[in-house]
Design a protein around this ligand. Structure first.
Ligand code: ARG
Ligand code: ZN
Length: 873
């Protein structure tokens, strides 16, 4: 029973003010709600009042103080209907809910003994009867009553306005949030928490108290998040003119959380993995992730909270824009090219796969069964790519004018993606009608490009042809407006040539607009034969095919002025070599390494002056998952063998260079998560992986030393991973055991301990996964643990997950079936790898579909049902 975008209507009644009282109890929390309701001016009079509500035991109900008779209302599975209501009225309800039994982690639940909430998208209806939709915006007053000892800290949105003692060892705090908000931004936290406090002065001089609330043992892991928050607040003022709007801003860390974090007004709730860091417990990547997520949630205060979504089809309105904002923020505080490389490498692997699979959907879907299934890479990351294209299309200044206009015009409103794009069109004077198709069409567009250089006329003709493959429910696609940034690199000079297009001089780097199915671009006054550098900076989320020769790619890798495309040329070159090796493996022919790849690596390793962070990226081969993305039919064993062969060949040929790089970048300065150190660590660790690919004796010694030196988690985890993935159990096993014992008390480090083991390529790993599921530190009820153990195994260990006997599939399906009952949202996500069956050989297809059918035979949550149905359709 899908719901459709085209069915949108404003709510029959809206709430202007919401007053809540929570009397907290783990098994029987009482929630009293007083809603100030009025008929929506655009809706007809006399409609019944329908409120959402799930798993609520109604204890009392009254309108304007008058208790209702049994026959005046009806309570069903999905909510409450009151048959007749006045034009404007007060509704009082009281319900009972059971936070302890809430394993779905949606609504009010308990995590490590503390009460917390997750209301986006539709969790508020598990707290009280309410029009639980984002276009109903009310001011909130929330009184939280708890046990003074067990819940000394009682938090909600906004500002605390009253507190006091109550009989029976109880106490209360009342919070007032003056900014109208939809129910999905409501939050409550209660428990025995400690805080770290800091302050921020906004650009207009408002003093804001910043608080980070954590369990006592985590007080030493908050510095980085706090520093990140302050940087993000300043950045949003400078980059977007957006200022914070309450007296305090709070972040709470909780251990059990379905996603990364949540932007509740004034009270962000974070998965502890997305906020806690310490040099000894978190890697560089984790530090950067925390910085990005803290910024992301903070930025939502404007892009999401002050201006919110009219309905959940518009989810990318806030998520795509906010991801774009956090990407730009992180690019500025770290290495910009590396940030882009990392984002694109991930995007092309995971979002392209989503776009090519059975759950492919447009950035603005037109129907869904369960909105919880739509917090996807398409909505978030492809949405961000669209906003990035917009920003490049209209230009930085117009984009800022457009965003100012958007925030000003729609402040306090719930709006649509058109509203956003219209502001950009208005501010820039550009026609963005065709561009809007990006939001409506699913699937990854492909561009086939070729070019000819005419020496006699000094012309370069570039022909681009676009097509978007059919996706479920969208057989025919229209041509999109695709911005292609490019340069022409002269093969003689090795430099970008001046570009003249249609008589217009365009500098050496320009954007051409592909709007037709096929278009030709004629560059004149091209003084030497060029190699085109296309789609610079990944200027559009497409697959671009150009018949590059390997020499062309090696040339671009050495000479392209665009750092991103230099990296991409290296990846393309490696992919061509990998293709040969995959074929050789399948045909049982001897594998021969392409000397051009080795040569390119030798040049890179010798180029001391290069940006070290980018260099580390250039020395990293495409992941097995990305290689798989390129293959018509995925052969996990051939891919693994080919990639391993390339690593080993490079290590053998360049052993001394890698050793040299390792030693040069070995430092023991006190750990800091800052760009230069991170670059050195990543370069050194890449070098170590090559040495370990051949289990070089010196490499082994260095890995062991690096592990034992225990300098920081980045180095320790990397060394331990290499040891555990090697054949040297004699060194790895004691190290793994020691690590597990040292960190048994720290759940976030134990997540890493699980992940390290289940990514082992060795064939015994499946037994290890099963064994670890019984480990005392593992729990199916904790999403981080499920992701670390099962998710990592299924997504990052292709050779073992896709074992020919289907045991990997069976394990995943068993877990999905159990989680379907406990936590449908996590279960529906976990099933993803099985939905990709069409990419594999027939025998595996049958096994995967068999497991999907086994899941379908269960009594399913809407979440799992929707995904499995699509996968088997
Ligand atoms: N809005 C949150 C964010 O982008 C994500 C919340 C998703 N919640 C969910 N139950 N799917 O940071
Ligand atoms: Zn978000």
């Amino acid at each position: 029973q899908p719901i459709y975008l085209s069915d949108y209507r404003p709510p029959a009644y809206r709430v202007t003010r919401t007053e809540l009282t929570f009397d907290l109890d783990p098994d029987a929390t009482r929630v009293k709600a007083r809603l100030h309701l009025e008929r929506h001016p655009e809706r007809e009079a006399g409609a019944p009042l329908a409120l959402d509500g799930e798993q609520l035991a109604l204890k009392a109900i009254a309108i304007d103080g008058q208790p209702l008779e049994q026959d005046e209302y009806e309570v069903g599975e999905a909510g409450l209907v009151v048959h007749r209501v006045p034009e404007a009225f007060l509704l009082d309800t009281e319900v009972e809910i059971a936070p302890d039994g809430n394993t779905a982690l949606s609504g009010l639940y308990r995590s490590s003994g503390m009460f917390c909430t997750q209301c986006e998208a539709e969790g508020f209806r598990r707290i009280t009867f309410y029009p639980d939709r984002p276009d109903v915006m009310a001011t909130f007053s929330t009184t939280v009553i708890g046990d003074a000892e067990r819940e000394p800290v009682l938090l909600s949105n906004g500002n605390p306005v009253e507190r006091g003692e109550l009989p029976g060892g109880r106490h209360f705090v009342t919070w007032d949030d003056p900014h109208p908000k939809p129910s999905y931004l409501f939050a409550l936290v209660a428990g025995d928490l400690r805080k770290v406090e800091d302050g921020f002065t906004t650009m207009s001089g408002r003093e804001v108290t910043l608080q980070l609330w954590v369990e006592e043992e985590n007080l030493d892991k908050t510095d980085h998040a706090m520093a990140s928050l302050k940087r993000a607040m300043r950045w949003d003022e400078e980059a977007y003119g957006r200022e914070y709007d309450l007296d305090r801003f709070m972040i709470v860390a909780v251990n059990d959380f379905n996603m990364g974090a949540m932007e509740n007004k004034g009270l962000n709730i974070f998965n502890s993995a997305a906020v806690l860091t310490h040099p000894h417990t978190a890697t560089d990547a984790a530090f950067q992730r925390v910085e990005g997520i803290v910024a992301h949630e903070y930025f939502h205060n404007w892009s999401g909270n002050r201006v919110t979504c009219r309905d959940w089809f518009q989810l990318s309105l806030k998520e795509g824009f906010t991801v774009f904002r956090d990407q730009c923020f992180s690019a500025e505080t770290n290495s910009a090219p590396v940030k882009r490389i990392e984002d694109v490498a991930f995007f092309r692997t995971a979002q392209f796969a989503e776009d090519a699979g059975p759950t492919a959907h447009p950035v603005r879907p037109d129907h869904y069964i369960e909105i919880g299934n739509f917090y996807t890479l398409t909505i978030y990351e492809k949405g961000a790519e669209i906003v990035r294209m917009l920003s490049n299309l209209v230009g930085k200044e117009a984009f800022r004018r457009g965003s100012d206009l958007y925030f000003e015009r729609f402040d306090g409103q719930a709006v649509t993606i058109e509203d956003f794009v219209d502001c950009m069109a208005e501010a820039s004077g550009q026609d963005l009608d065709q561009f809007m198709l990006w939001y409506a069409q699913a699937g990854t567009p492909e561009i086939d490009a070729h070019g000819e250089y005419d020496y006699a006329n000094a012309e370069y003709r570039l022909i681009l042809r676009q097509r978007t493959p059919a996706t479920p429910g969208q057989p025919d696609k229209q041509a999109l407006h695709i911005p292609v940034r490019l340069g022409l690199v002269g093969t003689k000079s090795g430099r970008d040539l001046p570009l003249t297009l249609d008589g217009e001089m365009r500098g050496t780097d320009t954007v051409i607009h592909l709007r037709e199915e096929e278009q030709e671009f004629l560059f004149t006054d091209v003084s030497e034969a060029p190699v085109p550098s296309l789609l610079r900076g990944f200027s559009a989320p497409v697959k671009l095919h150009f018949p590059y020769g390997r020499e062309d790619l090696a040339f671009l890798q050495a000479h392209d002025s665009d750092g991103f495309n230099r990296w991409d040329a290296g990846q393309r070159l490696a992919l061509l070599a990998l293709d040969d090796l995959i074929a050789a493996h399948r045909n049982g022919v001897e594998k021969v390494m392409d000397p051009r790849v080795t040569e390119a690596f030798r040049v890179l390793l010798a180029a001391e002056s290069d940006d070290k962070a980018v260099l580390a990226q250039m020395l990293t081969l495409p992941s097995e998952a990305y290689i798989a993305e390129q293959q018509p039919l995925v052969d996990v064993d051939a891919i693994h063998a080919a990639r391993t062969f390339v690593k080993q060949s490079l290590a053998l040929a360049l052993r001394t260079d890698f050793l040299h790089v390792y030693r040069e970048h070995q430092h023991d300065a006190p750990y800091a998560p800052e760009p230069e150190q991170i670059a050195a660590r990543s370069l050194k660790n890449v070098a170590l992986s090559y040495l370990m690919a051949i289990e070089d004796e010196t490499g082994l010694e260095l890995a062991r030393e690096q592990f034992e030196a225990d300098h920081n988690m980045t180095d320790v985890r990397h060394a331990l991973t290499l040891l555990v993935h090697s054949s040297r159990g004699d060194i790895a096993d004691p190290a793994l055991k020691a690590f597990g014992e040292t960190w048994a008390h720290d759940p976030l480090v134990m997540d890493q301990w699980f992940a390290i083991q289940v990514t082992r390529p060795q064939p015994d790993v499946l037994d290890r996964v099963t064994f670890l599921m019984e480990h005392p530190a593992f729990s199916l009820k904790n999403p981080n643990k499920v992701r670390a153990l099962i998710g990592t195994f299924a997504n990052q260990n292709p050779v073992n997950f896709h074992r020919a006997d289907g045991a990997g599939y069976r394990l995943l399906a068993d877990t999905v079936i159990e989680l379907n009952r406990l936590n449908p949202e996590i279960a529906a996500r976990l099933v993803t790898p099985l939905t990709r069956w069409a990419r594999f050989d027939e025998a595996r297809q049958e096994l995967m579909k068999g497991e999907l059918e086994r899941i379908r035979a269960e009594e399913l949550s809407p979440n799992v049902y929707e995904v499995v149905e699509k996968a088997l359709a």
